[in-house]
Write a protein that binds this ligand. Structure first.
Ligand code: SF4
Ligand code: SF4
Length: 90
């Protein structure tokens, strides 16, 4: 019987030529940890790998590299992530 080894690669964001890519974000994802059911869809779909998966499957958003595309909010089925205009949070 053949045995297959599954190999995955996870990349992590790094500063670009103009610094950290979160600098030019217009909309910011806001996470409501009370609503999060740890499905990890946002972690899978974030094109910038700006969502960090913790050991207990909770997530955190790395605002240094989040570009504010809104995909995580779109993919979250329980609406635990909402997009707000930058500066509105203070
Ligand atoms: S807004 Fe886009 S870049 Fe930012 S965490 Fe969500 S999916 Fe990733
Ligand atoms: S998609 Fe929503 S529920 Fe799933 S881990 Fe992300 S924030 Fe939590």
């Amino acid at each position: 019987m053949n045995k297959y080894q599954v190999v995955t690669t996870i990349s992590y964001p790094k500063p670009g030529a103009n610094g950290k890519t979160g600098n030019w974000r217009i909309f910011k994802p806001i996470l409501d940890k009370q609503k999060c059911v740890k499905c990890l869809r946002c972690w899978i779909f974030c094109p910038e790998t700006a969502i960090k998966r913790n050991k207990d499957d909770t997530i955190d958003i790395d605002y240094d590299y989040c570009k504010g595309c809104g995909i995580c909010a779109k993919e979250c089925t329980v609406k635990a992530i909402t997009m707000e205009r930058e500066g509105k949070q203070q």
